[in-house]
Design a protein. Structure first.
Length: 201
């Protein structure tokens, strides 16, 4: 496991370097320009689907602290890349086979369809990070580890993902239905007290 931790740190540094360089070198895309208009208080975009709420909020604070450069406005998503790497590492540790854990970690961490989101000033990267964290806490639920505690953490993570981008609501609904099926299979709906777990989730 120590070797796995070393590989995790090394790969995470590589990912962070890649998304930071990409954030610094590339100009804003069309969608990022809309996010920029939103944080400039252009009210015409407030109710638009392109307004990814949590991303807009983080961009606003980043602009006040670090200015309006592309890199500064993309910082929230760069930090989300770190959270994403940590979440994958925690999920991978749930398998007893080190080689399988390493393969899972590398495939998810260096998936180009995901990593590119962390170099953009949009809600996709932030949402992906929080959703992955929510999946880690959800796995803990199925392992029957402190159900109430992890149900709050999982639900909170998924809600933050949805606030980052509403498309994550579909994933949240899928996990919610999985929890319902699990509770039903465990017969928890027969006990009104235990069925309250579902409300917490």
């Amino acid at each position: 496991m120590r070797k796995f931790s070393i590989i995790f740190i090394f790969c995470s540094v590589l990912l962070l370097t890649y998304i930071t360089l990409k954030s610094y070198l590339l100009s804003f895309t069309h969608d990022e320009s809309i996010s920029y208009q939103i944080i400039l208080c252009n009210k015409g975009w407030y109710g638009d689907p392109n307004n990814h709420l949590l991303n807009s909020l983080f961009m606003f604070f980043a602009s006040k602290i670090f200015g309006y450069s592309e890199l500064a406005l993309r910082l929230p998503n760069i930090f989300s890349g770190v959270l994403f790497a940590i979440s994958i590492f925690l999920i991978a540790q749930n398998t007893s086979k080190p080689l399988l854990a390493l393969l899972l970690f590398l495939l998810l961490l260096f998936n180009p369809f995901l990593t590119d989101f962390f170099a953009l000033a949009r809600g996709y990267g932030i949402g992906t990070a929080f959703f992955t964290l929510g999946m880690f806490f959800s796995i803990a639920l199925f392992k029957k580890e402190n159900w109430i505690y992890h149900s709050y953490l999982a639900s909170g993570s998924f809600i933050l993902a949805v606030l980052s981008n509403y498309s994550f609501l579909i994933g949240y609904a899928g996990v919610f239905l999985s929890v319902v099926a699990y509770l039903a299979s465990e017969g928890k709906f027969k006990n009104p007290g235990k069925s309250n777990y579902l409300v917490k989730f």
